[in-house]
Design a protein. Structure first.
Length: 317
């Protein structure tokens, strides 16, 4: 992730990478490599830090960097629990610095289009949503830090399903009623869920949502469906650097309730062949610092909301 972020920063032209800490640096590293993270956090010549580390280190590094007067961009998950995010937010408030988390799915072109349609009410209010996000893993997956609960904090839901949960919040508001089934039936790793099925409801606006996060899909799949009074937004595929989820195919379908003589509008399909989410996210962060304006996507309150929902999905609260 660090290389992806560094490349996006370079592409943006809004910031310069001046130092990197990597415990296993590449011999052909493009940037100056320092001996430890404190050299970056305590440097007077550095304005912002990007935290791209195993999950367990994220809250502490965020707090340390904010306390040292740095703006902070951190990968997800923001923490293991909502309580840890609240502690980070206290330091953020005292620091007066910007803090943003990497929920890059919000920055995909297809998601931006869906959000625009929802916010402008052009298809009416959201009724319900369904999200499926799955992949296959082999035994090599369990050779890294993600296979250690004390380092990862959880399994597929915290690693990947968190993106779908964030999109539910982004498009449908908060959910005060959550029911879930969490299992590790196949990989049988204590503390690492391999499947999560969740149903949730926002009792204020009535929106219901169902989510399935899995690493026993045996294929790569991303599907997000948003059903509104006036039709449906159906997204299949997600453009990524690996290409395994395919292009993003967004279908926009108006319902036919008022169609005369059985004539229905055809679905409109918008295909997104490129992933500009990494660049969009970096630009959002850098412009917020440059122009001293609030973080609008991926701010710490977004992080707190998603971790409150995560605690409930994983039966931690």
């Amino acid at each position: 992730m660090g290389k992806i972020r560094a490349d996006a920063l370079e592409q943006s032209g809004l910031a310069e990478v001046v130092a990197v800490y990597d415990p296993t640096p590449s011999p052909d590293a493009k940037h100056r490599v320092v001996a430890n993270e404190n050299e970056i956090i305590q440097s007077d010549d550095i304005d912002a830090v990007f935290i791209c580390t195993p999950n367990y280190r994220i809250p502490t590094l965020c707090k340390d960097a904010l306390a040292a007067g740095k703006h902070v961009f951190s990968e997800k998950p923001p923490a293991f629990t909502a309580a840890e995010v609240e502690a980070v937010r206290e330091v953020e408030a005292a620091s007066g610095r910007k803090l943003m988390y990497g929920f890059n799915h919000r920055h995909h072109g297809s998601i931006k289009k869906m959000k625009q349609i929802v916010d402008t009410n052009e298809m009416g209010r959201v009724l319900w949503m369904r999200g499926r996000y799955g992949k296959e893993v082999d035994e090599s997956y369990f050779n890294g830090w993600r296979a250690k609960p004390e380092l990862a904090g959880g399994g597929i839901m915290l690693d990947q399903g968190i993106h779908m949960l964030d999109l539910f919040l982004h498009l449908g508001g908060e959910y005060d009623e959550v029911h879930s089934l969490v299992s590790n039936l196949f990989w049988k790793m204590e503390g690492l869920e391999d499947n999560v099925f969740a149903i949730m409801r926002n009792n204020e606006n009535g929106v219901c949502a169902s989510l399935h996060s899995t690493m026993t899909q045996w294929r790569y799949l991303f599907s997000l469906e948003v059903f509104l009074e006036g039709g449906a937004l159906i997204l299949n595929g997600l453009k990524t650097s690996s290409g395994v989820y395919g292009d993003e195919d967004l279908a926009i379908k108006h319902n036919g309730i008022n169609a005369a003589h059985g004539e229905f509008e055809r679905e409109e399909h918008i295909i997104y062949h490129t992933d500009s989410s990494w660049l969009s996210e970096v630009v959002h962060f850098c412009e917020a610092i440059r122009d001293d304006k609030p973080i609008e996507l991926g701010h710490s309150m977004d992080a707190l909301r998603v971790m409150r929902a995560m605690d409930r999905v994983l039966n931690r609260s």
